[in-house]
Design a binder for this molecule. Structure first.
Ligand code: FAD
Length: 298
């Protein structure tokens, strides 16, 4: 019988998958690796692994093999860590895999963007189970419903790698850009990490949003890696995307052009970001952002 297993690292991942199951038209269960169980996302069962933290991808992928046995579809959100695990699982299961799914035509036919979003590819899978990474923003958030059955599941994770430490110079406590309703992004003109944090982080906090960044800002050490938006970063589609000091390269646009309202602040009136912006402000961001915060009273 067709059935989807949504593998979720945490509660945010778990909430992202309900609309995918709806689009597939099949019942689904959640395998949640960490955090409190999400029981109101419409899943029949939430299998709780109860891990303190996400294990390294090699051991996790192997441990997931027996759990997938009864499913026709196995999915994870399109995040970096999921993209680390699912291809390994596909190899272990000798199963077809489609990445970055944005639409479902049938349980075997999927749409996904290619060439930095310039074209949409239609892919048909010819085997089972089908493994998918999907962009939650393309499917939307489902209304909360029902109370799933919660079961404990034990994963036998044996890894050849060991996480020694995790270091991030991003400030904790903010939502992940892929899940946030508001994303404030900054680019190369932010100069250094402290300026980025106070200007971009400050506006993000004032709006209750997440922080995003261009690759130029990340590569220069101005912004944390996990903030990178674009072709080689995260794909976001929040209700509000503020791009400050962001030129609007095709690679950056690939990760944010589906945002509902795009606000661009740039000193160059010919910057490509204005071609996708709904609201544009030709102004120095160091003048504009304090004024916006003042208007917000924050
Ligand atoms: C294979 C590949 C993959 C890539 N993947 C990504 C990706 O995932 N994400 C990504 O972002 N990039 C990616 N890039 C890099 C991309 O091509 C651009 O180099 C990068 O997006 C530019 O970043 P930026 O807009 O911060 O910098 P810049 O191009 O330097 O632009 C800075 C902008 O800020 C404006 N500005 C300057 N000062 C101010 C000020 N005081 N106030 C307001 N505006 C100001 C300027 O007018 C300019 O438009 C990739 C490139 C390659 C080759």
């Amino acid at each position: 019988m067709a059935r989807l297993l949504l593998i979720a690292f945490d509660p945010a991942d778990a909430r992202g998958g309900a609309r995918l199951a709806e689009a597939l038209g099949i019942p689904f269960d959640i395998l949640q690796l960490t955090g409190d169980p999400v029981t109101d996302a419409g899943a029949e069962r939430v299998c709780l692994a109860g891990l303190a933290e996400a294990p390294p991808a090699d051991g996790l992928a192997k441990a997931l093999v027996p759990v997938c046995a009864e499913y026709s579809h196995v999915a994870m959100v399109s995040s970096m860590r999921c993209k680390d695990v699912l291809p390994r699982l596909a190899v272990h299961l000798d199963a077809p895999m489609v990445t970055d799914v944005i639409a479902v035509e049938s349980p075997t036919v999927y749409k996904r963007p290619v060439v930095a979003g310039a074209a949409i590819e239609v892919v048909e899978t010819l085997g089972e189970p089908v493994l998918l990474t999907f962009r939650p923003a393309a499917f939307g958030t489902a209304a909360t419903s029902g109370a799933s059955l919660v079961e404990a599941v034990s994963l036998n994770v044996e890894s050849l790698a060991r996480r020694v430490s995790v270091a991030s110079h991003g400030k904790g406590g903010r939502p992940d850009p892929t899940q946030a309703k508001v994303v404030v992004s900054g680019g190369r003109p932010l100069k250094d990490a402290a300026t980025f944090e106070s200007v971009i982080g400050g506006l993000a906090d004032a709006l209750g949003g997440a922080v995003g960044a261009t690759r130029a800002a990340v590569d220069s050490g101005i912004a944390p890696n996990e903030a990178q938006v674009g072709q080689t970063g995260k794909n976001v589609a929040p209700n509000l995307y503020v791009a400050a000091g962001v030129s609007g390269s095709t690679q950056h646009l690939a990760g944010m052009k589906d945002s509902k309202l795009i606000v661009a602040i740039n000193t160059d009136p010919d910057a490509p970001i204005f071609e996708v912006a709904d609201l544009g402000l030709v102004e120095d961001l160091f003048t504009a952002i304090p004024k916006i915060r003042q208007a917000l009273g924050k």
